[in-house]
Every structure is written in C-alpha cells, then in structure tokens.
Design a binder for this molecule. Structure first.
Ligand code: HSE
Length: 342
C-alpha cells in the first residue's frame, strides 16, 4: 500500500468535496488501487490551518467547517497557524493541491504557491484557472526541471474528463476545432431565462447554488470561459494564446426578447467558447451563439457543460457533463491523483 500525503491550499467547496470523496471512497481506492490518500495539512487564509502527519480526521474536518465555519478542534491534529507558503515549506506532503481563489489578471497568489511547491519537488494539482491560463508554459518547465507533475483536469468542465479526452485520448485523431459550453453559470442563466425567469433572478440562483465565481462578472462577461479556452488552446492544441487574442463577449447584452425569439425558431442562445486551427494558427473566441436545435450543444441545459472536438479521423466527438460543483470538481482531483500515481 502506497501512502500519498496531500497538503491543501484553501478549504472551500472543492476541498470539502475532495474530503467527502476520500471519506466515502478512500477504502475502496486503497483496496482497488493500492493507494491511500491522506490529507495531512491544510492552510486556508480565513478558516485557519490543520496538520497531522498521519492524516487528518476527514469527518472531523467536515464537521468543523459545518459547525464553526473554521478549522477548529480537529481530533488528533495541531493548528500550526501556517499560511500557504509556510505549509508548503514545513509539511512533508507528496502533493500540494492548490485551491485558492481564481485571479485571471495575474494568477496570484496561486502561481507563487504552485512554483514553490514544484521547486520543492512536490506534485501539484490545481482546479484554479488563473495560473494555468496565464502561466502554464513556465510552470510546466519548472515541474519538468524538478521531475514532478501538474494535474489540472478540474480547470475545464470540473471532473468531466474534457482535458484528458483532448490531451490523451484524442491526441492522435487530428483535432481541428473545439467548441464548448464551458461556463455553467451562464448556461444556467440562459436556460432559466428560456423558461421565463429574469436575468437577475437566474444569476441570483446560480450564485446561491455555488456555481458562480466570487465575482460573477467573470462568468457573465465571458472571462471564465475565455480562461478555459486559453487552457484548451495551450494544452490540447499546443498553441499558447494571450487573453487579448481571444475575441470575447459575455451574455449581458442578451434580452428576454432575444431568447424568446430564438425559442420560437427552435434555436437556443449559448455562450460558446471556440478554437479553430487554420494553417497552424489558432483562432479563439467566446461569444453568445444562437444554435439550431440539431447542433450538439443546443440542448445542453442548466449548469451542464459540453465540448465538441472536431477531428480529422473521428469527425465530431462530444462530451457532456457537469462543469462545476463540489463533488464534481473534487473528483477531478481524484483523476489527477490516479494519473500521477498510475
Ligand atoms: N464559475 C464557473 C462556472 C465554475 O460557472 O462554470 C467552474 O469553473
């Protein structure tokens, strides 16, 4: 049995989802894969820190956050008052799981945390779009230099394996175009508006369900989808692109009338992220598109995401699944762990 020690930066929804999965499925993973994943350290700027080198009590962690909103009195653990960097430097983790908030302008502070962890020869897994969309090439070079890996399945479509489908399984099929509904919040809003809700009402619901970013401007103006387009371009198509090169428009200019009119014509407005390879150059955009009913993305509703890979050998390959959510994004981390320790 191999024990894998995990240190978590941030203890929000995704980290709690991961904890729940390990609580429920950890024994099964140990039995079937010979891997025992132990959360040994946590540092969260608001909830505090916790450490136990033999593995923190998972039920105790969830109960503490549920009851107190912070990490307090976890059975058998110490509270070393570490910030994220101190935790990376002091805890004996094999994998640092970076789940701090998304910053699409600079990728900080998470880029600093990831860099520090890689330099200390720790694998890194992140679901954070900022550092990957902005700095993947540099981070990958540091990881390679130190002989460790970066797992990032959860940055696009949460635990729905869109990244590994593109980077591994379809890598030889000649991907020429990618189109996706890559933001759950906007798809939820557009679907709710189709059934008569107002924009404001639908956005408030998406926020209450925990789909939206801390600042929902990132969702509704298309920045979150653009970050995912940049990640797909770099990782799947091998073309690094700057945000400024992605033509971007959000959903805020769509009116209830636009949506009603489309509906009468059996069409659906979707916020579509697209990447097209032409003569070795990539063209990238995020914009609302009014899709005919028979388009593979047209009927994907609610918070669900979908992606269509148009390939030379296989034609269109479509993957539909959750794009956000606590357990769903937590599961992306499990996929990355399995991939690193395969
Ligand atoms: N705010 C994002 C969304 C979360 O709505 O898709 C997942 O990246």
């Amino acid at each position: 049995m191999e024990e894998v020690r995990l240190a978590l930066i941030g203890y929000g929804n995704v980290a709690q989802g991961l904890t729940q999965i390990l609580l429920d499925e950890g024994d099964k993973f140990a039995r079937e894969r010979g891997l025992r994943f132990l959360i040994t350290a946590i540092a969260d700027p608001l909830k505090g820190s916790a450490f136990n080198e033999d593995g923190l009590d998972l039920a105790g962690l969830l109960a503490s956050v549920r009851e107190h909103g912070v990490l307090r009195d976890i059975p058998g653990s110490s509270s070393p008052n570490w910030d994220a960097l101190e935790m990376i430097q002091n805890s004996p983790a094999d994998v640092v799981i970076e789940l701090s908030y998304t910053n699409l302008l600079t990728g900080e502070p998470s880029t600093t945390y990831i860099t520090e962890a890689l330099r200390r020869k720790k694998h890194v897994i992140t679901t954070n779009k900022g550092p990957i969309a902005l700095h993947y090439d540099a981070l990958e070079a540091i990881a390679r230099l130190h002989g460790v890996s970066i797992g990032l399945e959860g940055t696009v479509m949460s635990g729905t394996p869109a990244m590994s489908l593109g980077t591994d399984l379809l890598a030889g099929a000649g991907i020429q175009r990618i189109q996706g509904i890559l933001n759950g919040t906007t798809n939820y809003i557009l679907t709710q508006m189709e059934s008569g809700k107002s924009y404001a009402e639908a956005l408030a619901e998406a926020q209450a369900q925990g789909y939206a970013e801390a600042d929902p401007t990132g969702d509704v103006e298309g920045f979150d989808a653009a970050a995912k387009v940049a990640i797909l371009s770099c990782l799947v198509l091998g073309k690094t692109i700057a945000f400024a090169d992605i033509e971007r428009e959000g959903i805020t200019r769509l009116s209830v009338e636009d949506i009603e009119l489309a509906k009468a014509q059996h069409r659906h407005w979707k916020l579509v992220g697209s990447l097209t390879l032409e003569d070795g150059q990539v063209k990238a955009s995020v914009r609302p598109e009014c899709l005919a009913d028979d388009h593979p993305l047209a009927r994907v509703g609610g918070v669900t995401n979908a992606i269509v890979f148009t390939t030379r050998l296989m034609g269109d390959v479509t993957l539909i699944g959750p794009g956000a959510g606590r357990l769903q994004t937590g599961y992306a981390i499990i996929q990355d762990l399995f991939s690193i320790y395969s």
